[in-house]
Write a protein that binds this ligand. Structure first.
Ligand code: C5P
Length: 329
């Protein structure tokens, strides 16, 4: 077998973003985390991670933006954290093989799209391949869970029900037929996952009106996916799904202008608008990629002519993408 350092090309992995189709907070744990019941779907929107066993004395990570512009690697610590945990699990032979890594970021950061968690899962899998090392699935899963709550989801590689803090991942049947289109709008505003959960705990106006309804919607979606859902069926359920995120009120309380933006988008596009995770990313579902693309153009025009106002200091991220229904592996 070729020694890893003599391989010709680097190992390359895509790290998809995720969308929460539902997000029910069903309990609070002793460790400060929350028990979730969430249907999560990977998107075609993805970062790209490449790595090879390097010649230097230690790991290196170069991060570039969508246009190839260099970004500060210190802001993307989920990759080195995943490598450190994976190296610890693999043992001494990985110590002797430093990695040269390059991450191309497409997914907005701290957006509710779990880009950092996906980068971490991609780093774990790519490092094993680069080192020619094996970890049992259960051990991979434990390594992933140590890096972050959303990381185990990305090891499974398809639509899944995520429970517990994120560590219980049950793969679900892929969307049948054409992939659903998704419009994504991420305002350039800071948002904190921990802050959204704290807001949820504090209750008040941020508390959901019926604590059980989101979970029921989430359970219902799981059953419907198992029976077989097409993109058009998912888009038809967008109204129910858009309301099925227990963090909406807390996320909107954290980001001034986010609620107004959600309502303005709803008026502009005439479809329900949901929030992914703890935000601030907003989504709209479509029966096809083409329809999402038309929506993207309408939103870009509306932002340009200021008929909708997007909070944040910089330009928002707007893109049309699709739900990646099938398993990647
Ligand atoms: O695990 P991760 O770093 O993604 O979590 C960020 C923060 O979000 C945690 O510190 C916690 O406050 C909150 N969180 C939670 N329950 C979860 C996931 C995250 O309370 N299931």
């Amino acid at each position: 077998m070729t020694p890893p350092q003599d391989r010709l090309g680097p190992v390359i992995r895509l790290a998809p973003a995720k969308l929460n189709l539902t997000l029910a907070v069903v309990g609070r744990r002793g460790d400060g985390f929350h028990e979730l019941h969430s249907v999560m779907a990977p998107l075609a929107l993805a970062d790209r991670l490449s790595m090879a066993v390097g010649a230097g004395p230690r790991d290196t990570l170069h991060v570039v933006g969508p246009g190839g512009e260099p970004l500060d690697a210190a802001a993307y610590d989920s990759v080195p954290r995943a490598i450190a945990e994976t190296r610890r699990a693999v043992g001494r032979r990985a110590d002797a093989m430093p990695l040269a890594m390059r991450l191309e970021k497409r997914i907005p950061v701290a957006a509710g799209l779990a880009g950092g968690s996906s980068d971490a899962a991609a780093a774990l899998l790519a490092a094993l391949e680069a080192w020619d090392a094996e970890l049992e699935p259960a051990e991979r899963h434990e390594v992933a869970a140590r890096v972050g709550s959303d990381v185990p989801f990305f090891l499974a590689g398809g639509i899944a029900l995520v429970r517990g803090r994120g560590e219980h991942v049950t793969p679900l049947r892929a969307i049948v037929g054409e992939p659903p289109g998704v419009l994504i709008l991420t305002p350039d505003t800071p948002s904190s996952t921990a802050g959204a959960f704290a807001g949820f705990d504090a209750g008040g106006p941020a508390a959901p009106s019926d604590p059980r309804s989101t979970r029921l919607t989430s359970e219902h979606l799981v059953a419907e996916l198992a029976a077989g859902l097409q993109a058009v069926d998912l888009a038809n359920r967008a109204g129910v799904l858009a309301a099925a995120n227990d963090l909406i009120a807390a996320a909107e309380a954290q980001v001034p202008g986010l609620r107004a933006l959600r309502l303005a988008l709803r008026r502009l596009l005439g479809v329900p608008i949901g929030l992914s995770g703890s935000g601030p990313t907003l989504w709209a579902l479509y029966p096809s990629a083409d329809e999402a693309l038309i929506a993207e153009r309408r939103v870009v025009t509306a932002i340009e002519d200021r008929s909708i106002v997007v909070p944040g200091s910089g330009a928002p991220f707007v893109t049309a993408t699709t739900i990646e229904g099938g398993s990647r592996r």
